[in-house]
Design a protein around this ligand. Sequence first.
Ligand SMILES: O=c1[nH]c(=O)c2[nH]c(=O)[nH]c2[nH]1
Length: 304
Amino acid sequence: MTELTGKIVLGPHQYGKAENRVVRIHRDTPRHEIRDMNVSSCLRGDFGAAHLEGDQGTVLPTDTQKQTIYAYAKGVEFVETYALALARHFVDDVEPVHSARIEIEEYAWERVAVDGVGHDHTWTRKGSEVRTAAVTVQGSGRARREWVIGGLKDLVVLKSTGSEFAGFLTDPYTVLEPTRDRVMATSLVAKWRFTTTDVDWDVTYAGIKATMLERFANLQSKALQQTLFEMGRAVLEKYPFVAEIRLSAPNKHHFVYDLERFGVANDNEVFHADDRPYGLIQATVQREDAPDAGIAWDAYTGAV
Ligand SMILES: O=c1[nH]c(=O)c2[nH]c(=O)[nH]c2[nH]1
């Protein structure tokens, strides 16, 4: 056995206040607007002494970060601009901070319809998906870098035909039968990296989501792998200011249930929806000339 005798040192570290539940109601007119968010702040910089010596001299308390998150909530318009404002504040105004990452999940609400009209100040939680934003700001002056990653998760989609899986590699353990017509379902996670901070955020979010859903629906899919690439490609084709998109999709298997045992025909009509195990397919679709991602993907909570 090799005995390691090298000096023990502090490796990468970061800290912040995770999962601040912030609800911002815009109530300047009788028709209110709501932004329901889960906000995490993460600071990176000169914090070694806190770990090595217990010296808090450079440590901005996570409680202060929480207070700042709420103080800045008055200015919320879009999650991306809120995250940019917070990250810029921590880097610009808090000396030991070299870079800051803000991660936000946003839960969508839909107006309650009363006599066919959306109510002014009552909503129900909408859909399953969560909008995500992750902003990283680093350095100052000419060395300043800013990255914005938009995204969504838990977008549950299913198509009842238009999906195949055949021609795959087989070995002595293969029992799966090829199919030209199956159910395809997933709970999509997508994250896209912007090349600019000058974006029409809400319109772009809705457009990217719609583009991915259109491809999922209309592509005659040979596999989830192909579907992911085609969804990503469609987004990059439509949005020249998106450098890359990362997609992760659990294959929510729907197995045709054997009804022959009961003398009942089953032509892709009755399925067993299996929740685990699931195939997990992941792909990045990127431009060859994409600008360097730097630390854009260095995550904090792992939720965004
Ligand atoms: O779209 C699919 N991709 C796979 O890699 C795979 N593997 C599997 O068993 N079923 C599927 N479906």
